[in-house]
Design a protein around this ligand. Structure first.
Ligand SMILES: Cc1cc2nc3c(=O)[nH]c(=O)nc-3n(C[C@H](O)[C@H](O)[C@H](O)COP(=O)(O)OP(=O)(O)OC[C@H]3O[C@@H](n4cnc5c(N)ncnc54)[C@H](O)[C@@H]3O)c2cc1C
Length: 465
C-alpha cells in the first residue's frame, strides 16, 4: 500500500519484526546487541511458534563442537549435502549463505544466549555426511525458545508485543517499506520502522493455501503451529514481492497421534524399520522422513509402525520427546516379533517374514528398496509404535537474496524489507524429498541472524552518509 498523504504514526522503532518464533527472536537479539531499538509483534498470546514444537536440532558446519570430536567440515560441504538432498533445486547462493552462517550462529547462540548446546551424537540424519546437529540438553525446541525469550526479556531495547498481528506493509513514495499496520487489542497501530523483517513462518496452518500449492499432503495431519497462515507471504506479495518453490514442505512420517508426540527418525537411522498395517515394508525409510510421509499416505491404511530394539530404545532416551513417549508407555514391547505384532494389531505372519528378511541385510548392502543403511541387527527385546504422516511446515516462500532482503518479480530489492524462516523461500527445493533434516531451523535462525545483521549494517551506513 502506498501512502502519498501525510501518515499519522502511533509509534516508531528502528526495526519492526513480524512473528516471535525462532527467526524473529534471533533477528531481534542480533539487532539489540548492536544497540538499536527493535519491536517484535506476535499474533498469538505466546512465544512459541513451530520453533518450540521442533526438536531444537540446528545443523551447522565447522563448529568447535565438531572439531572437539575430530570432525572438520566446511560450509561448502554442508551446502553440497543440502543441494544433493534437494536434487540441486535450491538457490545455491542462499544455500551457501546459510551454510556459512551456521557455525558462527550456533557458537553465538551458545556463548551469548546460554544455550548449552552439544553435538547430537546419538545418530546421523539422512543426507548429513557428518554429525552436524547441535541442540540444547533436552533436544527440544521448547528449551530453545525459553532461552531465546529469556534473552529477549533481558534486553531493554527489545519490545515484545503479544496479541499483535501484523497486517500490512506501508510503502513510501519510492516504493520502499516504511512501516507496518498491526492489529492489536486496542485497534490498528501504525508503526514506523527503518527496516521490517517478516518472520511469520509459512502457510502450513492455512488449509486453502496448502490445498492450492501442496495438494499431495493436504489430507495429512498438520503438526505445526496453527497461527502460521501465510500472512507474511501474502503481505509482501501485495507490494510486488515474488515467491518460489511453493510446493516445498517438510513432511514427517512418524507422529504418534495417541500422545501427540513426534517419534524421532533416530529410530530408523539407528537401525529400525517401518511396516504398514499388513506388516510389510514399503520403501527406503533411510532416504528421509519428509518424503517417507508421502509413502505412508499412499498405503491403504494411512499408518505405519516403527520397529526397533532395546539398544536403540535406550540410546534415544536422551531426546525429550522420546523420553516422554517412554514415560507414557507409548511403545509396545515383547521378546518375540509375533507377540509384538499381536500387541500392535498388525498381521503376525507377514511381520515375522518382514523382520526375518530385514535382519539379513548388512551395512552397505542394498535391499529391494535401495536402502543401504543397516547400522545394526535388531537384538533382544523388540519395541513397536504406531505412527501417522504429517505436514510440519512449508518451505517455499518469498524470494530473497543472500542478505535476506526481499526481492520483487524482476529480482530487484524491495528496500527495507527482509524475510526469513518459513516466510522466505528455503533451501529444500520444490518437493518433499528436498527437505534435509535441519533445513527448517537453519533457514529460520540463519536468515534471522543474516537479516538482523544486514538491517543494522544498512541503518548504520545510512547514518554515516
Ligand atoms: C514437530 C516439529 C519438529 C521440528 N523439528 C525440527 C528440528 O529439529 N530441526 C529443524 O531444523 N527444524 C525442525 N522443525 C521445523 C522448524 O520448527 C521450523 O522450520 C522453524 O521453527 C520455523 O521458524 P520460524 O521462526 O520461521 O517460525 P515459527 O517458529 O513458527 O514462528 C512464527 C511466528 O509468527 C507468528 N505469526 C504468524 N503470523 C503472524 C502475523 N501476521 N503477525 C505477527 N505474528 C505472526 C506465529 O504465531 C509464530 O509465533 C520442526 C517442525 C515441527 C513442526
Amino acid at each position: 500500500m502506498r501512502n502519498e498523504v501525510q501518515i499519522m504514526w502511533d509509534a516508531e522503532v528502528d526495526i519492526a519484526i513480524a512473528g516471535a518464533g525462532g527467526c524473529g527472536l534471533v533477528a531481534a537479539l542480533t539487532v539489540a546487541e548492536k544497540g538499536l531499538q527493535v519491536a517484535v509483534f506476535e499474533k498469538t498470546d505466546f512465544v512459541l511458534g513451530n520453533t518450540a514444537a521442533s526438536a531444537g536440532m540446528i545443523p551447522a558446519a565447522g563448529t568447535r563442537y565438531q572439531r572437539e570430536i575430530g570432525i572438520q567440515e566446511t560450509p561448502e560441504e554442508m551446502a553440497e549435502d543440502i543441494l544433493k538432498k534437494n536434487h540441486q533445486e535450491s538457490n545455491p547462493d542462499l544455500t551457501l549463505a546459510l551454510s556459512k552462517v551456521s557455525g558462527p550462529l550456533v557458537e553465538w547462540m551458545n556463548d551469548k544466549l546460554d544455550m548449552q548446546f552439544s553435538l547430537v551424537t546419538e545418530f546421523k540424519y539422512p543426507g548429513h555426511r557428518n554429525l552436524r546437529m547441535h541442540a540444547p540438553p533436552t533436544r527440544s525446541g521448547l528449551e530453545l525458545m525459553k532461552k531465546l525469550k529469556q534473552a529477549v526479556n533481558d534486553k531493554d531495547n527489545i519490545y515484545l508485543m503479544l496479541k499483535s498481528q501484523v497486517e500490512k506493509l506501508i510503502l513510501g513514495d519510492k516504493g520502499e517499506v516504511i512501516g507496518i499496520d498491526v492489529q492489536t487489542t486496542d485497534g490498528v497501530q501504525r508503526i514506523k520502522a527503518k527496516k521490517v523483517i517478516l518472520a511469520t513462518n509459512g502457510f502450513g496452518g492455512n488449509t486453502s493455501m496448502v490445498k492450492k500449492f501442496i495438494p499431495e499432503i493436504s489430507d495429512a495431519l498438520y503438526f505445526g503451529y496453527e497461527a502460521n497462515t501465510g500472512e507474511g507471504i501474502e503481505m509482501a506479495l501485495e507490494i510486488g514481492a515474488d515467491v518460489s518453490n511453493m510446493t516445498a514442505y517438510q513432511g514427517h512420517a512418524a507422529v504418534n497421534e495417541a500422545t501427540g508426540l513426534l517419534v524421532t527418525w533416530g529410530t530408523i537411522m539407528s537401525g529400525g524399520f517401518m511396516v504398514n498395517q499388513n506388516g510389510e515394508r514399503f520403501g527406503n525409510e533411510a532416504q528421509g522422513y519428509s518424503e517417507f510421509a508421502l509413502e505412508v499416505v499412499k498405503q491403504e491404511v494411512q499408518n505405519g509402525y516403527i520397529i526397533i530394539d532395546q539398544d536403540i530404545y535406550q540410546n534415544l532416551l536422551s531426546i525429550e520427546d522420546f523420553k516422554q513417549l517412554d514415560e507414557m508407555d507409548a511403545f509396545k514391547s515383547s521378546d518375540s516379533i509375533e507377540d509384538l505384532a499381536v500387541k500392535l494389531g498388525i498381521n503376525v505372519k507377514s511381520l515375522k517374514q518382514t523382520y526375518t528378511a530385514f535382519q539379513k541385510n548388512e551395512q552397505g548392502s542394498s535391499d529391494q528398496f535401495g536402502r543401504t543403511d543397516f547400522p545394526k541387527q535388531l537384538t533382544g527385546k523388540l519395541f513397536g509404535i504406531k505412527v501417522s504422516p504429517a505436514l510440519f511446515h512449508t518451505q517455499g516462500g518469498l524470494n530473497i537474496n543472500e542478505h535476506a532482503q526481499v526481492v520483487n518479480g524482476q529480482g530487484n530489492v524491495i528496500e527495507n524489507l527482509y524475510a526469513g524462516g518459513g516466510t522466505a523461500v528455503g533451501v529444500s527445493g520444490r518437493h518433499a524429498y528436498g527437505y534435509m533434516s535441519g533445513n527448517g531451523l537453519l533457514a529460520a535462525l540463519g536468515f534471522g541472524k543474516i537479516a538482523g545483521d544486514h538491517a543494522v549494517h544498512m541503518i548504520q551506513q545510512k547514518g554515516m552518509e
